[in-house]
Design a protein around this ligand. Structure first.
Ligand SMILES: [Zn+2]
Length: 278
């Protein structure tokens, strides 16, 4: 199998399936006398499959892969994308914004397939000292100079305000607490004596759910913050509003799925309202 995500999903579901089958056997086919004996066999088997899941996950990480992050952030995963560094823009904006980015920035251009937003900052990447901004080739052609500056400032703000690293952390908390909760639950399921410990995985599931909610809220809030940051460093409110207008038109062009479009358009509307009030 070449696809690391598929490999992970297969390992993950084998683990769940094996554990559930073991539980069904113990619950319906094993008499009370042999229950403890069966548990001592079942738990190592389940743990072995869990080991495979962890192995697949960490091997992928060591190889520099990004999987498995939450699927809705995969669209921001630049390793799924062919992009080219634009040296002219990178140098120009590294110089222009040297007060904000000490180590400069890199602008990369890509051709979109509709899965990626027209512009974004490298989310899934290891957070280096040089922010990498991705801008779609045909979108960049539509922008005036100040609109492009504002767009770059907006994306930079996501790094500068700590959103990217916070998001990165919460993504990890979400995946990790969910997996640990599941691992505990899958172990307890075959060890009925541990019923009393059930609140532990439930608590971890709660943490996982909370980090997900927080992540969505933070995401919305950071768009507004990034716009304010852009206007603070380049005082061109009109250009900011026309940039969002162009983004709106661009999203209507039909390359994007309906759900992406609806969500983005709603967000853009809110952002425009906020900018007018700045
Ligand atoms: Zn943004």
């Amino acid at each position: 199998m070449r696809d690391p995500q598929l490999k992970f999903v297969m390992a993950f579901f084998s683990w769940i399936a094996v554990t559930v089958v073991l539980y069904i056997i113990s619950a319906y086919f094993i008499s009370n006398n042999y229950e403890t004996l069966f548990s001592t066999i079942a738990i190592p088997i389940s743990a072995f499959f869990m080991g495979i899941v962890i192995y697949v996950y960490s091997k992928e990480k060591l190889d520099g892969g990004q999987y498995p992050g939450p699927w809705w952030l995969e669209k921001y995963n630049p390793s799924n994308l062919v992009s080219f560094a634009n040296n002219e823009l990178s140098e120009k904006y590294s110089g222009l914004l040297s007060g904000i980015v000490e180590n400069g920035l890199e602008v990369r251009i890509f051709a979109n397939n509709g899965k990626f937003p027209p512009a974004f900052v490298g989310f899934g990447e290891k957070l280096g000292k040089t922010p990498t901004l991705y801008i779609e080739d045909s979108f960049i052609d539509e922008l005036s100079e100040s609109e492009l500056t504002l767009l770059i400032l907006h994306e930079l703000a996501h790094v500068e305000t700590g959103f990217v690293s916070k998001n990165f952390l919460m993504q990890r908390v979400f995946v990790f607490s969910f997996l640990v909760a599941l691992a505990l639950l899958m172990t307890f399921i075959n060890l009925k004596i541990l019923f009393i410990l059930y609140p532990v995985p439930l608590f971890l599931f709660l943490i996982s759910a909370l980090s997900l909610i927080l992540m969505i809220r933070l995401n919305k809030q950071s768009q507004i913050e990034a716009d304010a940051f852009a206007i603070k460093h380049c005082d061109e409110k009109k250009a900011m509003i026309s940039l969002l207008g162009k983004l709106e038109d661009y999203l209507m062009e039909g390359k994007y799925s309906d759900s992406v479009r609806t969500r983005s358009l709603e967000e853009l509307k809110k952002r425009m309202e906020k900018i007018r009030n700045i």
